[in-house]
Design a protein around this ligand. Structure first.
Ligand code: SAM
Ligand code: SF4
Length: 320
């Protein structure tokens, strides 16, 4: 699939629910978001149909997200269905990890290729504060459970913030010394909490260098996303940075998003969406493909968080 700027689009992030078992301060208001009615959500079969159609025109990689994807029943059924689509090369999942220990065996049996675990701090009280209710021990149990499946790539995504950010960064990066997991620091985007300032990539790298010595840059890109990686001596995993605001990577954007109610969202920031739900429910597959192709022609060239923030939703509704 090509967009109007000639970029190859082969990656779809699929939000399978707008529900979540946490309330991270930068993502959702404390009372949650107004939830979609049940019949507005795409069924797993409808998601599969959309992906099958998009795979015919070049979709290669899908990531399941939310809300919290593991709160939706038997999420691994969708993993297996997507994994079986001809042309789809990877099926991955982004989760807060709270339910991961329980779900790991089924997800792995279904063919999951990778899991990203969101974890902002190892400190129990700080974790409870940032998530408003979570227990960090459950996330760490999920991360440990994944060590039983070394063929599945595990990444930890950390949004840093607060006065203790330097200590937190050193602790979280230490997971990549202890386990074969890649740790990525994600710049906070201007969303639910009005855009509290995050931590600049260069400051985080300098803090890590003070703790672990100088890092070597990694020449080869890893995965299909916009991270840049470095390696610290003696670490089993790499350390990455995703800095959407300060280091814009829109020129290489390869992705679009599918919301839980079946809207194709062309850019994380832009509120413009195209409704695919009625097409898939009407069995209009040819029209679905041409609608996606036409929509891609209008994918924005770049985001402008710096000026406008995100339109039309919080991250839990967009899919991260
Ligand atoms: N609930 C799952 C989780 O937390 O991993 C999946 C959905 S969540 C919206 C996906 C990712 O978006 C998480 O890693 C989260 O940290 C990130 N996120 C949410 N709000 C953000 C913001 N304002 N800036 C940067 N990342 C954000
Ligand atoms: Fe839920 Fe993920 Fe948003 Fe946190 S970041 S509130 S876990 S959807």
């Amino acid at each position: 699939m090509k967009d109007g700027y000639g970029r190859t689009i082969d990656y779809l992030r699929i939000s399978i629910t707008d529900r979540c078992n946490l309330r991270c301060v930068y993502c959702m208001p404390e009372q949650g978001v107004p939830l979609l009615p049940h019949d507005a959500l795409l069924t797993y079969e409808e998601i599969e149909t959309i992906c099958r159609a998009m795979a015919r025109i070049g979709l290669r990689h899908v990531r399941i997200t939310g809300g919290e994807p593991l709160v939706r029943r038997q999420c691994w059924r969708l993993v297996a269905a997507l994994r079986a689509i001809p042309g789809i090369q990877t099926v991955t999942l982004t989760t807060n990890g709270i339910l991961l220990e329980d779900c790991a065996p089924q997800l792995v049996s279904a063919g999951l290729d990778g899991v990203n675990i969101s974890l902002d701090t190892l400190d129990a009280a700080a974790y409870r504060a940032v998530t408003r209710c979570g227990e960090v021990g459950r996330v760490l149990a999920g991360l440990k459970a994944m060590q039983n499946y070394p063929h599945v790539t595990v990444k930890v995504n950390c949004v840093l913030g607060g006065a203790q950010w330097e200590r937190t960064a050193v602790d979280i990066a230490g997971l990549a010394r202890q386990y074969p997991v890649h740790v990525r620091f994600i710049e906070r985007m201007p969303l639910a909490d009005g855009g509290a300032p995050g931590c600049a990539q260069d400051d985080v790298l300098a803090a890590l260098a003070r703790a672990y010595g100088a890092a070597q840059p990694c020449a080869r890109p890893m995965g299909f996303g916009p991270s840049t990686y470095v390696q610290f001596a003696g670490f089993l995993g790499k350390i990455g940075f995703i800095s959407a605001v300060s280091h814009k990577f829109c020129a290489d954007c390869n992705r679009v998003r599918l919301t839980a109610d079946g809207r194709l969202r062309l850019c994380l920031q832009s509120g413009d969406t195209v409704n695919l739900r009625e097409l898939v429910r009407g069995g209009r597959e040819a029209e679905l493909i041409s609608t996606v192709q036409e929509a891609l022609r209008h994918k924005p060239q770049s985001h402008c968080f710096d000026r406008r923030g995100i339109e039309g939703a919080c991250m839990a509704q967009i899919g991260g």
